[in-house]
Ligand binder design. Structure first.
Ligand SMILES: [Zn+2]
Length: 153
């Protein structure tokens, strides 16, 4: 960026010339200026390397000056506003991706999707009936095709 003009304020002589070049009318609303409360500003903002010269000077009503500054600030905010985040494409999680979750996380996901897994039942003459909770692989198999990447944080 170019350096700022070392001097920001217009001199009395410059102010007179600025008023003259605008025919004593406001640069914003083009109505006659009240010379007792006229305000001076840079057409190209001083903070953006606008020079403090008659050609870059504008005379304004105090109210019009405020509106101009407001508009410039809004423009500045627009410039620094970050671009919108790209939208994530909705994709079904692969079995490999599902396998990266813990059993507890998979259980929660299953609950969210109203997927119920029954315990595994083993019957043996020696021990009778034994129940074991669903294995991780069973959760993955059941959840596969139903969980999307977009539902995860
Ligand atoms: Zn005005």
């Amino acid at each position: 960026m170019e350096p700022r003009d070392g001097r920001r304020a217009f001199t009395t002589t410059q102010k007179k010339h600025i008023l003259l070049q605008q025919n004593y009318k406001c640069a914003m609303c083009f109505k006659k200026l009240d010379l007792t409360i006229v305000e001076f500003d840079h057409s190209k903002p001083w903070s953006e390397s606008g020079l403090t010269i008659v050609k870059n000077g504008v005379a304004l009503h105090p109210d019009c000056h405020r509106r101009k500054t407001l508009k410039e600030n809004l423009k500045k905010v627009d410039k620094v506003r970050k671009p919108a985040k790209p939208k994530i494409e909705s994709k079904v999680l692969t079995k490999q991706e599902l396998n990266r979750f813990t059993v507890t996380q998979l259980k929660d996901l299953a609950k969210k999707h109203n997927i119920r897994l029954s315990s595994n039942v083993y019957t043996s003459l020696l021990w009778g009936t034994k129940y074991t909770p669903p294995t991780k692989q069973q959760y993955v198999n059941k959840l596969f095709g139903k969980v999307f990447n977009t539902e995860l944080k």
